[in-house]
Each structure stands twice: as structure tokens, then as C-alpha cells.
Design a protein around this ligand. Structure first.
Ligand code: GLA
Length: 409
């Protein structure tokens, strides 16, 4: 079989900024005051541990969301946005923004401005905005963080406000957690703001410290292939929150999971029976133990993987990726048939490692492959998906790129 391989289209940052600027002119009949971009991300390892004081190793993608913006005198935010085939238009008064309002995509934008104002970083003032994006929506590549972070840097620049990236990240997270109502853990915003060309970022969520780790796959003759499975994932929100509820609950009772060597969470499981009411006490204990095992093993694995990367042992790093995937699939149960198929196919075709990336339940997987094998592996994945009657996947070579920034047009 030779199925058509779909590549994720990517503009350069300048092209994206130019397109946002043109969209702004066409929409508002005037020039924007400037243009800002923020990237999506892949996470190399350290999955579902950011909300458990764990360690993650993401890098920022070259694919960005770009916003062209101009400040207004009032508190209205007018938004026009084009992402792929979706064009969206809306306006929101910042005075109406707050917890769970608006709990849709515009909440990422106006929620960020609201949270920055709440933190005293910028005044509560409106903007006209035009956005374009190459970070595919719903692909698990943090299109929401890209949206929040480009708006955050735009608002700060336009109000001549200076704030540490951690303060911006916190405001972006508030938009996501409180306004949109997604209980995510902060990984995506940090990397979208702090990414650097040619580097991954080792983040320790215990104290939010981070440092850049050179990530030069070219130098090893390797590449990171990212595959958006295009799998439908309607269940995602509830499933993410239910995983998090267990980890939050167990951590509250026993302290950070990272510090507990022989933690047995049975007592917590008995005090907090299966909220869905489907599992009996023993089955629920087993499930809670598996959830805890994932978080604990993933934190240790990520610490090791960072060392493997630093000493250039890419096969060991690939093995850690595979072990991470197995843990997410079997213990944390956040994978899905499409993600497993990407991983299994890539490994069968000679990848050094592969795993789901991001929250799971659909979204994207990554594979560490020899540069010479990129086309072959992309083709094998497209063929396997066609054979299984899955939707067409989309692929890209993921290039570690810079975080949110202003782009002169
Ligand atoms: C999503 C969330 C992040 C993180 C990952 C899983 O991307 O937004 O905070 O929890 O899932 O690692």
C-alpha cells in the first residue's frame, strides 16, 4: 500500500505574523500596533506529572499562533481568528470575564488579559486582535497555550508592562484553569514562553525552576517526527480531571508522590471509593496503585532521560520514551488505539523510541527516528492508519524553536 502522507503546513514566524497583520487590516481597516507569536510544543518525556510536582522535558515547536493587535480605549476585546479551515469571530467585554466565563475558546484570550489585569500587570483594557495559527487545534500540541502566550506578550508590550515569564505563565494558566475550566498543570505555558532554538527545557515543577538542555538531533543524524493522530477525543476533559483528582487526593494525604518510596495508597482508595461507582473496593485499589505507579515511575524516568540526553546516549533516551508510553498506556490509561499504532509502527520500522505526547486520549505521538527513515516511517504510519480505517494522520518534523516573541513585519 502507498497511502498519501499529509504534512502539517507550516509558515515561518515572519509569514505567520504577516498573515495576521493582513487579517487585521482586512478586518479593522487600519494597521495593528504590532505582531506577536507563541509556539505549540511537544513534550519529550515527563507526562502527566506537572500537576504532581514532577519533571518534564518539552520543547517549543516552530509552528506558532500569531496575533496582530492594537489597544482600545474601552474594555472590549474584538477577535478574528483563522486556524486551518476554521474562521471565528467574536467580541467580549473584559468586565464580563471571570471564572467559567467565557468557557470557550475565546476564554483563552480574554481570560489571559483578565488574569494579567487581576495580577496588576496590565490595566483592564481592550484590544482589537487578528489571529492566525499553524498549531493544529485539538492535536495535543498546546494550541491553547500558544493562544494564551501570544496574547500575554502582546498585552504586556502594548501596555509597556514588564513581567517575569513565570508571572505570565501563571496568568495564562489562570485563563485555562479558571476561565475555560480545564484543570491543566502548567507545562504548556512554561515552554511556550521559555522555549529556545535548538533546546529542550527541563522543568522541575516542585519549585518551577527550569534550565535549557541542548537538543541537537541533526548532530546525531536523528529527528523527532510528530504525528497528529486526528483521533476524535471528546472524552478528554473528564478523563484528564479524573486522573488528576486521584493524584491530587493521594498527594494531599501522603505528601508529594515524588518523596514517597514505598507508598501504598490503599487507605486513600478506601476512603475515596471509585467516583463512577463501577469498580469494587479491590479493583479500585488496584487502579489507584497503577495511577500512582505511573506518576512515580515517570518522574524517575524523566530525571534519568535528561541525563541520557546530556551524555548523548540517544538509544537509552529512546528506551525511556518507550517505557514512558507503556506506563501511560497501561498504568495511567490515557493512550488510545491510534496513539499506540503510531508508537508500534514507528518502533517496528526502526525508530529509537516513540511515545504519546501531551494529555492523550487522541492528540499526537512523537518518534525519535533516523533522519534517513523519516519518509519511510511517515509512510508506514499513514498506511497502517488507512488499513485500520482510522482518520488520516498528519505528520511534521518537530524542530526545537524559540518561545513567545514580538515579530517585526
Ligand atoms: C496537557 C496539560 C499539561 C500536562 C499534559 C500531560 O497538555 O495541558 O498541563 O498535564 O497534558 O503531561
Amino acid at each position: 500500500m502507498n497511502t498519501h502522507v499529509h504534512w502539517i503546513p507550516t509558515r515561518s514566524r515572519t509569514e505567520a505574523a504577516e498573515d495576521a497583520t493582513e487579517l487585521f487590516r482586512n478586518t479593522y481597516n487600519t494597521n495593528p500596533a504590532g505582531c506577536w507569536v507563541a509556539p505549540g510544543r511537544v513534550n519529550l518525556i515527563g507526562e502527566h506529572v506537572d500537576y504532581a510536582q514532577g519533571i518534564s522535558l518539552p520543547f517549543a515547536l516552530s509552528q506558532v499562533t500569531a496575533v496582530a493587535a492594537a489597544p482600545r480605549e474601552d474594555t472590549l476585546v474584538r477577535i478574528t481568528s483563522i486556524s486551518g479551515d476554521n474562521t471565528l469571530q467574536t467580541e467580549v467585554d473584559l468586565k464580563d470575564v471571570g471564572p467559567k466565563n467565557p468557557a470557550n475558546w475565546s476564554g483563552y484570550i480574554v481570560g489571559t488579559i483578565w488574569a494579567l489585569a487581576e495580577a496588576g500587570v496590565v490595566p483592564l483594557r481592550g484590544y482589537d486582535m487578528a489571529l492566525v495559527s499553524d498549531v493544529p487545534l485539538g492535536a495535543g500540541l498546546s494550541s491553547s497555550a500558544a493562544l494564551e502566550c501570544c496574547v500575554a506578550v502582546a498585552a504586556c508590550d502594548l501596555q509597556e508592562a514588564t513581567a517575569e515569564k513565570d508571572i505570565l505563565a501563571k496568568a495564562c494558566m489562570r485563563a485555562e484553569n479558571e476561565v475555560v475550566g480545564a484543570s491543566t498543570g502548567g507545562l504548556d505555558q512554561q515552554i511556550s514562553l521559555k522555549g529556545e532554538d535548538g533546546h529542550a527545557l527541563a522543568i522541575d515543577f516542585r519549585d518551577n525552576s527550569s534550565y535549557q538542555v541542548p537538543f541537537d538531533m541533526e548532530g546525531h543524524g536523528l529527528a523527532i517526527l510528530v504525528v497528529d493522530t486526528n483521533a476524535p477525543h471528546e472524552l478528554a476533559d473528564g478523563q484528564y480531571a479524573s486522573r488528576r483528582a486521584v493524584i491530587d487526593g493521594v498527594s494531599e494525604k501522603f505528601g508529594p508522590l515524588r518523596d514517597q518510596e514505598n507508598l501504598n495508597p490503599d487507605q486513600w482508595a478506601d476512603e475515596n471509593p471509585d467516583p463512577s461507582g463501577t469498580l469494587d473496593a479491590e479493583a479500585w485499589r488496584k487502579k489507584v496503585r497503577a495511577r500512582v505507579a505511573h506518576v512515580q515511575s515517570e518522574i524517575a524516568r524523566t530525571a534519568n532521560a535528561i541525563e541520557e540526553l546530556k551524555r548523548g546516549d540517544m538509544q537509552a533516551f529512546g528506551n525511556s520514551m518507550c517505557a514512558s508510553h507503556a506506563s501511560l498506556r497501561d498504568d495511567y490509561e490515557v493512550s488510545c488505539p491510534e496513539l499506540n499504532m503510531v508508537v508500534d509502527t514507528a518502533m517496528a520500522q526502526g525508530a529509537l523510541g516513540a511515545r504519546m505526547t501531551g494529555g492523550g486520549f487522541g492528540g499526537s505521538a512523537i518518534a525519535l527516528v533516523k533522519k534517513a527513515d523519516i519518509e519511510k516511517i511517515a509512510q508506514a504510519i499513514a498506511d497502517a492508519f488507512a488499513e485500520a480505517n482510522f482518520r488520516d494522520p498528519r505528520v511534521a518534523v518537530a524542530i526545537p524553536a524559540a518561545g513567545a516573541q514580538r515579530v517585526e513585519v
